[in-house]
Design a protein around this ligand. Structure first.
Ligand code: SF4
Length: 362
């Protein structure tokens, strides 16, 4: 079977007669990275915009969870492990206090960057006399391996501090609000690989909005772009699977079984956005003895639910697709990857970081 090239998809897109300008939203840091680095935006004809949406779990990790992680890291004997981009995410604290895990480490905390859940377990085995707290901010694709690890058994001293979120409720919240600034959705291929494409059917069923699931190559993203544009022109929305090589009906049954066995879903706070119903994973009762929040509860008076982005930071508007990263007043001025103000400039999945790294600098 011959593969349709990116150039062919672009030609097909340019041949479409759009009745009006159309805005597409992607909700995946990997998609945004591929779109930005391959120059897809600049190659599309006028009238087609692709806006980055809620695709970065680190960016929406609530301040209270970051406070908890910093607080625990500063406890004597605790080893705090997290994926690397969590270490530099800043929070609002009074002058003199560590404003990130990286600063806590500089103040003497044992904070270590890891690349996989297995590394967290290995550190716990190597440090049997210390509690090792694994701070996890991620979507379904990150949470499923953590659930599998817990289900298969972890060292007694490994605890988890979860800030795990589901992707689709943020899109549902945007669409239900009536303030969605997009006309079609490019749904995340990796999430659909785990959870199944059916999770995104509500976009069509409830909102009659064109949608297509895309992989991470420019070809797959352009195929999804072409699909949703055709759907919009013909007025016949349906959920197109443009990533059939990995996305199958029902998703990955093993990963879903782990998630379902170990995690429950509840309302959750998204930084700068607020509570989104049924959007967060927490451990089921059988695994709550591994929940760092329960083992080391926050003391009375600890900072809770601040919920704000740093002053002047427009991350919440960027995450919700209401503005482009370079429309933030701080973008490239006070806020750069070297000196980030907000989480969207820290994380590899943050739109501001991706735009800056790919050369989108006004
Ligand atoms: Fe926040 Fe910096 Fe992005 Fe502005 S450029 S929204 S301050 S992360």
């Amino acid at each position: 079977m011959t593969q349709t090239t990116a150039q062919t998809w672009l030609t097909r897109i340019r041949e479409l007669a759009l009745p009006r300008p159309i805005r597409l939203m992607n909700v995946c840091g990997g998609h945004e990275r591929s779109i930005s680095f391959s120059g897809i935006r600049g190659a599309l004809p006028p009238g087609i915009e692709i806006i980055p949406g809620p695709g970065c779990p680190v960016c929406v990790c609530p301040e209270e969870d970051l406070y908890d992680a910093i607080r625990l890291s500063l406890e004597e004997d605790i080893v705090l492990v997290a994926f690397g981009d969590m270490l530099r995410v800043p929070v609002n604290v009074p002058k003199g206090e560590p404003r990130s895990l990286e600063q806590a480490r500089a103040a003497g905390a044992d904070v270590r960057a890891i690349a996989s859940p297995q590394e967290a377990a290995a550190i716990a085995r190597a440090e049997p006399g210390k509690p090792v707290v694994f701070f996890v901010a991620g979507f379904e694709t990150t949470t499923a391996p953590v659930a599998a690890m817990l289900a298969e058994g972890v060292p007694d001293n490994l605890l988890i501090l979860l800030a795990a979120r589901l992707t689709w409720p943020a899109v549902a919240m945007l669409l239900d609000s009536g303030e969605a600034a997009f006309d079609a959705l490019i749904a995340p291929g990796h999430v659909a690989t785990v959870m199944g494409p059916e999770e995104w059917s509500f976009v069509i069923d409830r909102h009659r909005m064109p949608a297509a699931i895309a992989g991470f190559t420019p070809e797959s993203l352009l195929a999804a772009t072409y699909s949703v544009l055709r759907q919009a022109i013909e007025g016949k929305p349906f959920l197109d699977n443009c990533y059939p090589e990995l996305v199958r009906p029902g998703g990955n049954p093993t990963a879903r079984r782990w998630l379902n066995e170990v995690m429950q879903v509840e309302d959750a706070n998204w930084r700068g956005i607020g509570i989104i119903p049924d959007s967060g994973f927490t451990p089921r009762p059988a695994w709550q003895h591994l929940d760092a929040r329960r083992v080391f509860p926050a003391p009375e008076g600890a900072r809770r639910r601040a919920g704000e982005m740093p002053p002047g930071c427009d991350c919440a508007a960027v995450v919700l697709g209401k503005i482009y990263p370079d429309q933030c007043r701080l973008y490239g001025r006070a806020c750069t990857p070297r000196s980030p103000i907000g989480p969207c400039m820290v994380s590899d999945e943050g739109a501001c970081r991706i735009w800056w790294s790919s050369g989108l600098r006004e």
